[in-house]
Ligand binder design. Structure first.
Ligand SMILES: [Zn+2]
Ligand SMILES: [Zn+2]
Length: 300
């Protein structure tokens, strides 16, 4: 949090945070309330949740997912929904096991059901083994695809009607730019919307900047694991993140502007009709899903 000694919050207390996008100074209590309001507004505007939903909450142990779980728990006191925390174990020693410890501690304290799903059980691979067998492998690609597939499967397994993930405003802006850099104009979101086999993914924190999530975690004593994945070197996303932070510093509002630009775009590309993967039965854009395609590649 930056130093704003001279400024005070609208409530009269000393301010600790300046929200550039609004031009308003905040004290800790008002900042927390602002984050909660933003969260609830996103949920209701996007009609993300309804009464009696069972929500699988993807929890990795990092700041985003732990704050998400905390905010969902708070919301469940007003809206009758059932929460199940779901963790994906990719098999990365010294990383996932340590973040998992944080998750275990937190779900116990909040009395939330917790389920763990591992790459090892599901795909018979671990990221550690993949990297060991081929140090040049782009493990982030495998990790991302497997995690996405397994999260969807996990959500179905716990009979969830919604799957909540902790993407924040920064993640959203990064994804837009990454799509631009890859020349990718098709939108995966459409696939998710049109297949009944997909549990609807919701991103209730997509309008909250990363900085404010960190602030919220600190102000509300939310534990989280701050380590970085040992395999994430040479990661394009991280480069984009650094560039965006620099741009935001120079030109405040850049991140939200990138997102609103993207949301205003008409949908382009051909309408792809999702089918069931002929191997595993999961939703797929083609005959074989991306996860099965990668598994095949590993074998050969
Ligand atoms: Zn205040
Ligand atoms: Zn498949």
């Amino acid at each position: 949090m930056e130093n704003t000694q001279s400024a005070s919050c609208k409530c009269g207390r000393e301010a600790v945070y300046f929200r550039v996008q609004e031009g308003v100074h905040y004290c800790p209590a008002c900042l927390s309330r602002q984050t909660e309001r933003q969260f609830e507004k996103t949920v209701s505007k996007g009609k993300m949740l309804e009464k009696n939903d069972t929500v699988a909450v993807g929890v990795s142990g990092g700041k985003d997912s732990m704050v998400l779980l905390h905010l969902m728990k708070k919301l469940s006191e007003k809206l009758p929904i059932k929460l199940v925390a779901v963790t994906i174990d990719e098999g990365i020693d010294g990383y996932r096991d340590r973040s998992m410890a944080k998750v275990n501690e937190f779900v116990k304290a909040m009395d939330i059901e917790h389920r763990i799903f591992s790459f090892e059980n599901e795909f018979d691979v671990t990221i550690d083994n993949l990297v060991k067998n081929d140090p040049s492998i782009k493990s982030c690609t495998y990790c991302g695809v497997f995690r996405r597939t397994l999260l969807n499967k996990a959500a179905r397994e716990v009979s969830a009607t919604k799957l909540a993930v902790g993407h924040n405003l920064d993640d959203e802006a990064q994804s837009v730019l990454m799509n631009v850099m890859r020349g990718d104009v098709t939108r995966m979101a459409r696939l998710a919307k049109t297949s009944e086999h997909f549990v609807r993914r919701i991103k209730p924190m997509k309008n909250i900047p990363e900085k404010e999530i960190v602030a919220y975690a600190i102000l509300n004593n939310i534990p989280y694991f701050d380590g970085e994945c040992p395999n994430s070197f040479n990661n394009a996303r991280r480069d984009v993140q650094g560039m965006l932070n620099e741009m935001e510093q120079k030109y405040p509002g850049t991140k939200s502007n990138i997102i609103s630009f993207y949301r205003k775009l008409p949908t382009i590309g051909t309408e792809s009709v999702p089918v069931k993967c002929t191997r595993c039965g999961e939703p797929a854009a083609h005959e074989i899903c991306k996860a099965c395609e990668l598994l095949e590649k590993i074998k050969t």
